[in-house]
Design a protein around this ligand. Sequence first.
Ligand code: IPD
Ligand code: CA
Ligand code: CA
Ligand code: CA
Length: 270
Amino acid sequence: MDIYNFAKDLIVEAGQFIEKRMLESFHVDSKSNPDDLVTDVDRETEQFLSQRISEQYPTHRIIGEEGQGHDVHDNKGVLWIIDPIDGTLNFVHQSENFAISIGIFIDGQPYCGLIYDCMKADLYHAKYKEGAFLNNVPLEKAKEVPLSRSLIAMNPKRFLNERIRTPFFSIMSKSRSVRSYGSAALEFTMLARGQISALLFFRLHPWDYAGGVILTNELGYKTSNVFGQDLPLFGTTSVIAGNPLIHQELLAYFENDKDLKSLHDETHNL
Ligand code: IPD
Ligand code: CA
Ligand code: CA
Ligand code: CA
């Protein structure tokens, strides 16, 4: 079995693990602030995934949100970037609308991306240059829809930061409307299905977007930070993803923002 097929089976198995584990009680802790939650289920699922990967492929390296491989800073060999539960707040408050996300890279090049919507049992997956699928059904290529006729997904709490509020309000007013679903990975799947036309996020980590970027790039969507630079495999970043037309339109809102660019260059964590 190749790595792609192994990963497809594994992510579904991890989803079933979560579903079963949710029937038992679990602890909820906070991390950087009282609204940044993590549960036993996040940690155990990451453990489950990394154990299975290491048994099958002892040389592969793994970066996971809940602690795996945070000392990995180069992209040599096979690298798995994992979010065991993307949308932990939804997991805790709604018991749905969360996903497992996996992006696999070989020497820094995309190999395959997978997102599993656990409660719907929907598997989104793409292998580089071999198409993108929802379960076994091919997803359609990106269509060029302009901002003025689009729904845009955002993580609006970031806009409490005054420095990024101005372009955000301009984009919001030009768009048809904005949406916020609380799971970047699932928002990438909605982009892949054409349900929204673009994503604009600040301060994402690679585990939030690694699977989604491979999935949507495969369909002809463009992804970058707000200054048009490639998304990194390490650190935090802003993210714009969308069809080529809207991606270009959204970049224009940031290109002359010298203040924001210098903040980005100074902190590397917009
Ligand atoms: C979060 C979700 C959310 C995004 C946050 C992420 P988590 O991931 O993707 O939609 O707005 O920035 O941290 O913590 O639930 O895995
Ligand atoms: Ca988290
Ligand atoms: Ca996440
Ligand atoms: Ca997570």
